[in-house]
Design a protein around this ligand. Structure first.
Ligand code: ADP
Ligand code: ZN
Ligand code: MG
Length: 280
């Protein structure tokens, strides 16, 4: 199989994926996203049959996947999956459409309308940018005054395209959240523990070993299916009461900070999936 690995930076993940693909006799080309110029026609631009999309930019990943599919290539993850997972409001809608359990959520497009809706639900709530990652700008609103401050920034800065607020139920977690890797099927997971309510490893949470129970595995697979994800990391929030919700789905699987704790060879599992021809 011939594979183009599209990247922004060659991080640990990309190095390990490259090695794993080559071990499976894939001919891999590294292609940097910033250098790509794609014409709007069906002309072939590569010898590859498969593209492993590892761009760190949502804008580039989404457009490149769309255009590469248009040119007849198998792209993992698909343009549809990237579009849905990269936008948390669209992820929520896709999960809701399939009845996948998640924190209640709404979107609003106006400061006052949003404040009224939050007041009606009661505090605390969580708001986060619809496009974003690594826990950046995720905010817990404990009071009306906090909500006013955050929402006046959300609606008073940026352009019209930024003026959307995603508001979610605040889930009082027991000190961690859970991540299940779905590579065609649930293959393993990770518990991320933190003193802070934001439990991204990029924000200092400590990765721990987590044996994924069957219920969590099935939930993660249902979430992946709702967005058509071939290889995704599904984040779950457990309530203190033992309920379990899907919080978000990451389309570009990161694992460098937690290779040991995850306990499964993610680069090999991804390479095997790529080499198998699944997800075409
Ligand atoms: P990002 O894409 O930036 O990782 P997330 O939605 O995953 O955005 O939020 C980052 C972290 O914040 C989560 O891993 C979780 O610890 C915490 N968090 C996010 N939303 C909620 C919520 N509704 N309730 C409780 N904790 C949340
Ligand atoms: Zn994310
Ligand atoms: Mg997250």
């Amino acid at each position: 199989r011939k594979v183009d690995l599209v990247y922004t930076r060659v991080r640990t993940e990309e190095k390990l994926l490259l090695e794993a693909l080559r071990r499976r006799d894939c001919a891999v080309n590294l292609v940097q996203d910033s250098g790509m110029v794609l014409s709007m026609d069906r002309q072939r631009i590569t010898e590859a049959d498969t593209v492993l999309m590892r761009s760190m930019s949502f804008t580039r990943a989404r457009y490149l996947a769309t255009f590469l599919e248009m040119k007849g290539l198998r792209v993992l993850n698909s343009a549809r999956t990237i579009s849905l997972c990269g936008d948390k409001a669209l992820t929520s809608a896709a999960l809701a459409a399939k009845g996948v359990p998640m924190p209640w959520a709404f979107v609003a497009f106006d400061e006052d309308a949003c404040l009224d809706a939050i007041d009606a639900k009661g505090y605390p709530v969580v708001t986060k940018p619809v496009l974003g990652s690594w826990g950046r700008m995720v905010a817990r609103l404990d009071s009306r005054t906090a909500a006013e401050g955050v929402l006046s920034t959300r609606f008073g800065t940026g352009g019209a395209q930024d003026h959307v607020a995603l508001v979610q139920e605040y889930v009082d977690k027991p000190g961690y959240d859970l991540r299940v890797y779905v590579i065609g099927r649930a293959v393993g997971g990770l518990r991320r523990r933190s003193e802070h309510w934001i439990t991204n490893t990029a924000r200092g949470a400590v990765p721990e070993r987590y044996e994924v129970p069957v219920v969590h595995a099935r939930l993660a697979e249902a979430a992946a299916e709702a967005v058509g994800g071939d290889m995704v990391a599904v984040d779950l929030l457990e309530t203190r009461g033992g309920d379990i919700y899907v919080n978000e789905i990451n389309h570009c699987v990161e694992f460098a900070r937690s290779i040991d704790e995850t306990g499964v060879p993610l680069p090999d599992l991804i390479a095997e999936y790529v080499a198998s021809g699944a997800g075409a």
